[in-house]
Design a protein around this ligand. Structure first.
Ligand SMILES: *[C@@H]1O[C@H](CO)[C@@H](O)[C@H](O)[C@H]1NC(C)=O
Ligand SMILES: *[C@@H]1O[C@H](CO)[C@@H](O)[C@H](O)[C@H]1NC(C)=O
Ligand SMILES: *[C@@H]1O[C@H](CO)[C@@H](O)[C@H](O)[C@H]1NC(C)=O
Ligand SMILES: *[C@@H]1O[C@H](CO)[C@@H](O)[C@H](O)[C@H]1NC(C)=O
Ligand SMILES: *[C@@H]1O[C@H](CO)[C@@H](O)[C@H](O)[C@H]1NC(C)=O
Ligand SMILES: *[C@@H]1O[C@H](CO)[C@@H](O)[C@H](O)[C@H]1NC(C)=O
Ligand SMILES: *[C@@H]1O[C@H](CO)[C@@H](O)[C@H](O)[C@H]1NC(C)=O
Ligand SMILES: *[C@@H]1O[C@H](CO)[C@@H](O)[C@H](O)[C@H]1NC(C)=O
Ligand SMILES: *[C@@H]1O[C@H](CO)[C@@H](O)[C@H](O)[C@H]1NC(C)=O
Length: 477
């Protein structure tokens, strides 16, 4: 053993250039292959290794040990490899790492140990000696926590991947790690974000906390995340947020709050998010959005409000109206009365909103808002009515066709008599009253939804433009 160590250190004393390319090949461990294009990479993946090779070429810059059966890493398990930048131990069966296992890898930049199902514990000194570590992947292991001081020698750490473990809280070890830019903690069992969990993370750009069990976020928990750009808080158990949860996060570009249990959207939440481009509020139980809630989102391009309990969306919510690229509103029990007329006009003009199924009033239930025809009386919008379906014909099961029928007959009755009555007196005694009777009684095979819709649309156009030729309108039917 001492002989080997001696040999290795002799090799490593040779200057890089002098050690030559041959050394990588010559010292290549059995069952590994070594490449020497540009730098010395040692490939030992998928080799059913149950133990580490005894030695590695000392100028190795990358070692790949993925998909073996390694169980244990002893102290200085890799010897001294001053050129090693990248080490992968993904997909092994490591259950214990001796403190100091990576000593001697003083220039290691990336360490990957993901998918080792039996790592449930890490000693404080596990990573000692890794002074240049920038990226650490511990995802999909079985960690419940890590010691608070475990990264004391890793000041340069920028990316920490710990998704799919068993963390119950955000590890205290990351607190104050000012060089961290990316933290992946999704799919753990984190229940809360304490006021101090994320302190000192001034450079953080990307924080993924989705798929946890977060039900409490304490005031000011995110106050130091002034450079955060992408923030995933979706699929947790949040029913509310602190009033000023995202205060100061003026660089945020994407915020995902989907899949929680939010009921109200407060006007204070998003007041500072002037660079936010995408906001997800889908899959909550939203009933109410406060006026001005989106007022300062001057960069917003996409807003996801689908799959909530919204019945109304007052225009004042969007005041003042900024350009929105996409607005997702499907799967909400929309009440398509006159308060949503603005949205229909918006849909018609910009084609940026689609798929707004109406749940009420019953005369338009099942229709999409784009198909609803708002009639106007004396210039003001008239709500579609609630129908009493029990009085309609017996086999009626509120099909779309029936709803069209009701809609049309209502239109014909109201609009015709009240709005166009004077100019088209003659019509009411003729064809039209027959047509009206047939439509509402449904005695004939019902016209298709399309033709009825065409009629309704045509009718409304005349209604608003004035009837240049009422006869052509009738021939339409
Ligand atoms: C992996 O390690 C665990 C615990 O050390 C052991 O129970 C299991 O059998 C090992 N699996 C394989 C495939 O070696
Ligand atoms: C952050 O990294 C820089 C250089 O990578 C280093 O000088 C600095 O000390 C690091 N920050 C901390 C808190 O160690
Ligand atoms: C939601 O807002 C409504 C109306 O402002 C209010 O009555 C209700 O208490 C709020 N609910 C929650 C959970 O904040
Ligand atoms: C929008 O920003 C302005 C200026 O910062 C602020 O005064 C206002 O309260 C903000 N609006 C909301 C709804 O928070
Ligand atoms: C939202 O709607 C769902 C299903 O329609 C219902 O189970 C839930 O209680 C509603 N939530 C609220 C806050 O009304
Ligand atoms: C229509 O407007 C006129 C004058 O503004 C008013 O007298 C009349 O009552 C209105 N009709 C209805 C049905 O509201
Ligand atoms: C609907 O009709 C039923 C029975 O005819 C009646 O009891 C009910 O009050 C009516 N509802 C409305 C909203 O008119
Ligand atoms: C309908 O005719 C009456 C009397 O002829 C007139 O007072 C009224 O303004 C007319 N209404 C419309 C909408 O033209
Ligand atoms: C329409 O019928 C009413 C009575 O039903 C009648 O008073 C009126 O003169 C008729 N108008 C025309 C144009 O036939």
């Amino acid at each position: 053993m001492t002989v080997i160590t001696f040999a290795v250190s002799v090799l490593c004393l040779l200057p890089q250039a002098a050690s030559g390319r041959w050394a990588c090949v010559r010292a290549c461990p059995p069952s590994c292959t070594c490449t020497q294009e540009r730098s010395c990479s040692v490939l030992c993946d998928r080799s059913a290794l149950a133990e580490l090779p005894r030695e590695f070429p000392c100028e190795a810059s990358a070692i790949n040990l993925e998909k073996n059966r390694l169980k244990f890493l002893s102290e200085r398990a890799f010897g001294t490899l001053p050129s090693l930048k990248s080490l992968s131990l993904d997909h092994n069966n490591i259950s214990f790492i001796t403190p100091g296992a990576f000593k001697g890898l003083s220039n290691l930049v990336e360490l990957r140990m993901a998918h080792n199902d039996y790592i449930s514990y890490l000693h404080t000194r596990t990573f000692s000696g890794l002074k240049k570590l920038v990226r650490l992947d511990l995802s999909d292991c079985n960690l419940f926590n890590i010691p608070d001081r475990i990264f004391i020698e890793q000041p340069a750490l920028r990316e920490l991947l710990c998704f799919q473990n068993n963390f119950r809280r955000i590890p205290g070890a990351i607190r104050g790690m000012e060089n961290l830019t990316h933290i992946y903690l999704e799919r753990n069992k984190i229940e809360a974000v304490a006021y101090n969990s994320l302190l000192g993370l001034d450079r953080l750009k990307y924080l993924d906390l989705q798929g946890n069990r977060i039900n409490v976020i304490h005031d000011n928990a995110f106050q130091d995340l002034v450079r955060l750009e992408n923030f995933y808080l979706n699929d947790n158990l949040l029913s509310t947020l602190p009033r000023f949860a995202f205060r100061g996060l003026s660089r945020l570009k994407m915020l995902n709050l989907g899949g929680n249990q939010l009921i109200n959207v407060s006007r204070t939440w998003f007041s500072d998010l002037v660079e936010l481009e995408v906001l997800y509020l889908d899959r909550n139980q939203l009933l109410h959005i406060e006026d001005g809630a989106f007022e300062n989102l001057t960069s917003l391009i996409t807003l996801h409000l689908n799959s909530n309990n919204l019945t109304a969306l007052p225009l004042s919510v969007f005041q003042p109206v900024y350009f929105l690229g996409h607005l997702y509103l499907f799967r909400n029990p929309w009440e398509c009365d006159c308060s949503l007329e603005w949205l229909k006009l918006w849909m018609d003009s910009y084609k940026l909103v689609r798929d707004i199924p109406c749940a009420a009033p019953s005369s338009v239930a099942g229709l999409d808002l784009s198909q609803v025809v708002f009639s106007s009386l004396n210039g003001s919008c008239v709500d579609p009515s609630e129908l009493n379906l029990t009085t309609a014909s017996s086999e009626v099961a509120a099909t779309t066709e029936d709803r069209f029928n009701s809609l049309i007959s209502k239109l014909l009755q109201q609009e015709l008599r009240e709005e166009m009555g004077n100019g088209t007196e003659s019509l009411r005694n003729g064809t039209l009253s027959d047509e009206e009777g047939q439509l509402s009684a449904g005695a004939r095979p019902a016209p298709t939804g399309q033709s009825l819709l065409a009629l309704a649309v045509g009718w409304l156009l005349f209604g608003s433009l004035g009837p240049p030729d009422a006869h052509s309108c009738l021939r339409y039917t």
